[in-house]
Design a protein around this ligand. Sequence first.
Ligand code: THU
Length: 132
Amino acid sequence: MTIGNEDLINAATEARRNAYNRYSKYSVGAALVDNYGHLHVGCNVENAAYPLGSCAEAGAIGAMVQQGGKRIVKIAVVGGSSEIGPCTPCGGCRQRIREFADDETLILAIDDSGEWQEFSIRELLPASFHLD
Ligand code: THU
């Protein structure tokens, strides 16, 4: 079964509910489909030692790698609100996504309005650093 955009967004929204956002109160969920068509999710996990907190995308990418996924076909990031705007991936997460993305990889950023924005990794991280 193919995972459509709506399914992916629902999975990210579900993951967002588990965000451990004790310090920022900002919750983020991420869901991705890998090259095998498998779904992986993550949420942000904060820490009293602030820099140790991790982003939702990092969790989803870590789950993908641990389960044998190689490439990101598409990834949805759910966060923010219609007032402040959707959560587009932070700089560090753009680089994390870049590691497993191609030109065709679809990156969706969604807030609570249900409207989503679509990006490529080239748009989010032009002239990126990579080794291949
Ligand atoms: N956050 C993410 O999970 N992903 C992003 O791309 C941006 C920021 C999290 C980190 C922190 O827990 C909270 O959002 C506020 O920065």
